[in-house]
Design a protein around this ligand. Structure first.
Ligand code: NAD
Length: 412
């Protein structure tokens, strides 16, 4: 199904559980992006030829604050996908109750095929093409797939070439340019705060709780490190090339040392080497997909043996798999809540930039814990009260907040 249609179907479903009756007109407002910007970005390549790349910035809804969302550089970035992701940002920001609307941007390009100079020129052209619609109180981009702190430094520089020094125009910048301390570990840290809260509800002791993590990148490797420090048993981890498993638990600091020097799990001793498919099916308390989308589908959902799924990646479970897992009583904590740590700390970065001030790491982590824990409790209680899934509960809370603010502002 078209990704944007899929998001709107979920919204339609959640709109049955909101505090206010959602009329057809309100639903249309919630499902229609407020502004869709499509730009052509011509750049001169290193070989002297000119190449044109398609760029998008979709501003979905700004009723609760400036538009906020990442920019991805990916060969599959297209209009519908970016629209769907922009809508999800509206709901994610509302679910964790930070004062932002939702947006997403993208350029259809494989960043691995461009030189640093070409990427710089493309980022600059894209930023200057959409600059009228950006601003620290209008729309604040951040990194996503295929982009990073360097991309944000270039975006900040391009925007600043017209408007003057404006660090609050992007988040996820290098710390030297006003990035927040703790932003790199924030998504993984947020995921572990959610796991802590689930354990409290289920009266589980971390020492006797096993985790399996798919993906060992920016999110997965931090989940592994932070959860290990808290005493959880990390039974298995993986990257795109394969997985390792140990029933006794993996020593994560030792593994990180090995991984950093070898860039692979191959040859790591005293563990079982298994496939990524088998990793998903191993028995554990918490299964944490933290790699890519659509890894749990109708093909493997029936064989999943974990008790709980924590969606650290975006959209790792398909709607068909969702139904199968529900029938097996496997609880799923949704991506919109679980991986919100990154955007929460982006919010802190924006605040720090507006005040030209830098917070200590302790403050960043404790404020993150406060916000994500509050959101978890709201999603949990609402699900129990209404007897609905955590996914539906989270979306309903987001919808309630957006509808209420739209009402206050006179939109409905
Ligand atoms: P990353 O590129 O740093 O890491 C991805 C990891 O997944 C790598 O270890 C890679 O080897 C592995 N992987 C890739 N394809 C795989 C496959 N087919 N099977 C198994 N493993 C595979 O990405 P990331 O930033 O860690 O993001 C991971 C997920 O979390 C994505 O869905 C992303 O959208 C989501 N997310 C990330 C952030 C963030 O702050 N980075 C915030 C919110 C959501």
């Amino acid at each position: 199904m078209d990704p944007f249609e899929e998001v709107n179907l979920s919204l339609n479903k959640a709109s049955k559980y909101t505090n206010t009756k959602v009329t057809d007109g309100i639903l249309e407002m919630l499902t229609t992006p407020w502004r869709e910007i499509i730009v052509s970005c011509p750049i001169k390549m290193d070989n002297g030829e000119t190449k044109v790349f398609s760029g998008y910035r979709i501003q979905h809804n700004a009723v609760r604050g400036p538009y906020k969302g990442g920019v991805r550089f990916h060969p599959d970035a297209n209009h519908s996908e970016v629209k769907a992701l922009s809508s999800l940002m509206t709901w994610k920001n509302a679910i964790v109750d930070i004062p932002f609307g939702g947006a997403k941007g993208g350029i259809q390009v494989d960043p691995n095929k461009l030189s640093k100079n070409e990427l710089y020129n493309l980022t600059k052209r894209y930023t200057l093409s959409i600059d009228k619609f950006l601003g620290p109180n209008t729309d604040i981009p951040a990194p996503d797939l295929g982009t990073n702190s360097q991309t944000m430094a270039w975006m900040m520089d391009a925007y600043g070439s017209i408007h003057g020094y404006t660090p609050a125009i992007v988040t996820g910048k290098p710390v030297e340019l006003g990035g927040s301390i703790g932003r790199d570990s924030s998504t993984g840290r947020g995921v572990v705060f959610i796991i802590d809260e689930v354990c409290k509800k289920l009266k589980l002791n971390p020492k006797n709780t096993s985790l399996i993590i798919q993906g060992f990148g920016q999110v997965g490797s931090w989940i592994a490190q932070i959860a290990f420090e808290k005493g959880y048993k990390i039974m298995a981890v993986s990257n795109v090339n394969g997985a390792i498993l140990s029933n006794k638990g993996i020593n994560i600091p030792n593994l990180i040392e090995y991984y950093n020097s070898n860039k692979t799990f191959d040859g790591y001793k005293n563990v079982e080497h298994i496939s990524n498919d088998d990793l998903l099916l191993a028995k554990c308390d918490f299964l944490i997909p933290a790699a890519i989308e659509r890894v749990i589908t109708e093909k493997n959902a029936d064989q999943i043996r974990s008790k709980i799924i924590i969606e650290a990646a975006n959209h790792p479970v398909t709607p068909e798999a969702d139904k199968i897992l529900e029938s097996k009583n496997i609880d799923i904590y949704p991506d919109t809540l679980v991986n919100s740590g990154g955007v929460i700390v982006s919010y802190f970065e924006w605040i720090q930039n507006l005040y030209q001030h830098q917070w200590e790491i302790e403050r960043v982590n404790s404020e993150l814990q406060k916000i994500i824990t509050k959101a978890f409790i709201e999603v949990y209680d609402n699900a129990k009260n209404k007897n609905i899934s955590f996914r539906l509960s989270a979306l309903t809370i987001g919808l309630n907040r957006v509808i209420h603010t739209a009402d206050l502002r006179g939109y409905i």
